[in-house]
Design a protein around this ligand. Structure first.
Ligand SMILES: Cc1cc2nc3c(=O)[nH]c(=O)nc-3n(C[C@H](O)[C@H](O)[C@H](O)COP(=O)(O)OP(=O)(O)OC[C@H]3O[C@@H](n4cnc5c(N)ncnc54)[C@H](O)[C@@H]3O)c2cc1C
Length: 483
């Protein structure tokens, strides 16, 4: 299995990443990415331990359990435990850890035969790349959303050609792409990026209907990252999450990038680009990973709320119990839905155990309300404690200011260092720029809220519900009109 050290060394590959107007020489050592790269490296080290590995039936070699194609409910449980183990390391704050896109790639590979149609056969490419993922422990990120330009139409209706990434020229050994795609979370520190389009395309968008992978060092591939949150923070003590788990999000720009045929899963095929996500188990497996990760995050968040209530001496007050109870309910719903989707999984036409989409998407449909509600409840519980804090750890190390810290920022049984540490962590969850980005992330990572609710609507399976209504309506009728 790949080690964290090997992963970190592989990042100095000449990739083109821009931050603050400058090209980054080596992401592994740049202050914007060093923290998250180290956290990903630690994931790879953890994956090498026995409880996260299995012998893959596809390759016959040791591989990460989180990358598996689940064939039965037991596999789903094994996969969930591996994903949870990884998610626990970041307490759910690495949304696009390598197991996320791996879920999509496992789904594609499980239905590889779909990628062969209309005289084109990309099925071997799909299978080969999945085998590489397993044997080389690849970290693949993805950009599958067109840049926000004008959502009233699709790329073919925009002014200017190839704003969204599309085919500029076909060649015998591949094709050239030009344009852009959003929003590569983790791409700056990944090995490969998967490029496609999950938003519906029209027949006029054929040149944008693509699916392919590229190594991050591919000439012409550029990443424009948003402002990094790790840079400029005084210490891990002050910003424990920003400094370790800022995945970075980037607009990917393709400046006449050559894509060899062997990296291609779909080409100028609107229907295939959509089918890859939804006819295979890809969307379900990828998003199940996200929900398992969210379970870990919710536990962490309600743990912080519970601890702060105790430290502040409000944990015996009935109104506080109500708030903690609200949090407990919300966390339980997410966890319960993951377990329910696993327990009632079915085997699809490709022999893949698919978590029940009713429960998977049911939870995702509420996520844009659940996560903000959790943050709001924590805000209510912490009050001004997350603001009544020294500007940095230096007030604790300066002998001139330390006595005031010790006297005025403490709680019974909790020293100033402990109390400040806890409340600074809470601020990085609810109030820092990193926290704001996570608020946005949880609302949008699987599509806008109306999209997530659309998944819930389409996957509920209304037969039982409608039958219940029909049979009830049939059980009574107009009253007798009498003699
Ligand atoms: C922090 C973060 C990380 C992300 N990481 C990734 C990543 O790693 N890879 C990736 O590919 N993408 C990523 N995304 C992008 C994400 O998938 C998109 O944000 C999501 O699909 C929604 O698309 P959008 O942002 O363009 O919103 P839009 O589609 O523009 O929607 C914005 C709002 O406009 C309204 N709206 C738009 N269209 C309609 C409509 N048809 N009907 C009704 N209302 C409408 C809704 O109110 C909607 O909430 C990330 C996003 C965030 C915020």
């Amino acid at each position: 299995m790949r080690t964290g050290k090997e992963y970190l060394e592989s990042l100095a590959d000449g990739r083109c990443v821009y931050v603050d107007g400058e090209r980054v020489a080596d992401v592994a050592t740049h202050p914007a990415f060093q923290g998250v790269a180290g956290s990903i490296g630690a994931l790879f080290d953890r994956a090498g331990e026995n409880d996260m590995t299995f012998t893959s039936p596809e390759t016959g070699q040791a591989a990460n359990r989180a990358f598996m194609i689940p064939r039965n409910v037991e596999d789903l449980s094994i996969r969930r435990q591996a994903i949870s183990t990884w998610a626990h390391q970041s307490r759910g704050f690495l949304g696009r850890s390598p197991d996320h896109v791996a879920g999509f790639l496992a789904g594609f590979a499980s239905g590889a035969s779909l990628f062969k149609r209309d005289g084109r056969d990309f099925s071997e490419n799909v299978t080969r790349f999945y085998h590489r993922l397993l044997t080389e422990d690849l970290f693949v990120s993805y950009v599958i959303i067109p840049p926000q330009v004008d959502r009233s139409t699709t790329a073919s209706g925009w002014d200017g050609e190839l704003i969204q990434v599309g085919v500029a020229e076909e060649k015998s050994d591949g094709f050239i792409v030009r344009g852009s795609q959003m929003l590569g979370t983790g791409s700056s520190v990944s090995d490969y990026v998967f490029v496609s389009c999950i938003k519906p395309l029209t027949p006029a968008d054929e040149r944008y209907a693509l699916s392919f992978v590229l190594p991050m060092s591919t000439p012409g591939l550029k990443l424009y990252c948003r402002r990094p949150y790790a840079v400029g923070q005084p210490s891990r003590y002050d910003y424990p999450l920003s400094t370790q788990f800022d995945e970075s999000d980037a607009l990917a720009v393709f400046e006449d990038v050559f894509v060899p045929w062997e990296n291609v899963f779909a080409y100028r095929d609107v229907d295939m680009v959509r089918s890859q996500f939804f006819q295979t188990a890809a969307h379900v497996l990828g998003n199940t990973q996200s929900q398992i990760r969210l379970v870990e995050k919710m536990k962490f968040l309600i743990g912080i709320a519970r601890k702060i209530a105790a430290v502040n001496g409000i944990d015996q007050m009935p109104p506080v119990h109500e708030k903690l109870g609200d949090l407990a309910s919300l966390a339980s719903i997410v966890e319960g839905m993951v377990l329910a989707s696993e327990a009632t999984a079915t085997i699809d036409q490709f022999g893949v155990a698919r978590p029940n989409p009713r429960f998977l998407y049911g939870s995702m449909g509420l996520q844009s309300e659940i996560y903000p509600r959790v943050l709001h409840l924590i805000r209510e519980l912490v009050g001004g404690g997350v603001i009544q804090l020294p500007s940095s750890y230096r007030e604790l190390t300066n002998p001139e200011t330390r006595p005031d810290m010790d006297r005025y920022i403490q709680s019974p049984g909790h020293s100033s260092v402990e109390r400040i540490k806890l409340f600074k962590l809470a601020w990085d969850v609810i109030g820092s720029e990193f926290a704001g980005r996570h608020h946005q992330y949880e609302m949008f990572y699987a599509g806008a809220p109306f999209v997530a609710k659309g998944y819930a609507y389409r996957n509920y399976g209304y037969d039982e519900a409608l039958e219940s209504v029909e049979s009830f309506l049939a059980s009574y009728d107009l009253p007798d009109s009498g003699p």
